[in-house]
Each structure stands twice: as C-alpha cells, then as structure tokens.
Design a protein around this ligand. Structure first.
Ligand SMILES: [Zn+2]
Length: 103
C-alpha cells in the first residue's frame, strides 16, 4: 500500500472530508481537514487548495489525496453534511479564503 492510499483511507475513516451545505440555496462547499490544516476542495473544477495539489499540477498531476478522498467519500456517502444558513455563506467563504496562504 502506498503512503498516499494510506492517507486516503485515514481521511475517509476519520471522516476528515466535510461537506458544508447552505440552506435554502443548497450551495455546497467541500473541505478536507488535513493533518495540520483544512483545505478547500472543489470537485466540479477538480481543485484543491493544498500545496500538494499545486505542485502536482505544475508537474501534470491533476489530483491530490484530498480530491481522491473526496471522490471516494462521495461515492460511499462517507461525508457528513454540516448545515449552515445562506446568511453565513459569505462569512464562511471569506474565512476559508483568508485561511489559504499564498504558496
Ligand atoms: Zn489536496
């Protein structure tokens, strides 16, 4: 087993993939609580805010273990939705964005 698939297994078994659902619009934001910090994942555009994704992307690798974990978590329904109200959406997004550091 490679270290990356071990990480994916941990992400799933420890429920580190979170889906934040905003009501009533049903907007969704996925995050991965990594080992040390939380990353923003966008499954539609296949984007992750982690450095591994960034550096992989430069080298032609278009995924990271967060994105891979999310795909599995989605398929197995292993992510727990956290419900927010639409009023909180902007605060949530700006909080997440300010947490992302420039690489
Ligand atoms: Zn990632």
């Amino acid at each position: 087993m490679s270290s990356s698939s071990e990480k994916i297994e941990l992400m799933i078994s420890q429920k580190r993939i979170k889906i934040h659902v905003f009501e009533p619009s049903q907007r969704k934001i996925w995050t991965a609580v990594g080992f040390g910090r939380e990353y923003w994942i966008d499954p539609d555009s296949k984007y992750c805010s982690c450095p591994g994704f960034y550096f992989g992307y430069i080298n032609g690798k278009k995924s990271c273990y967060h994105l891979d974990s999310l795909t599995i978590a989605k398929g197995e329904h292993k992510s727990e939705p956290i419900i927010f109200s639409d009023d909180e959406y902007m605060d949530f997004v700006s909080g997440l964005a300010s947490d992302l550091c420039c690489i």
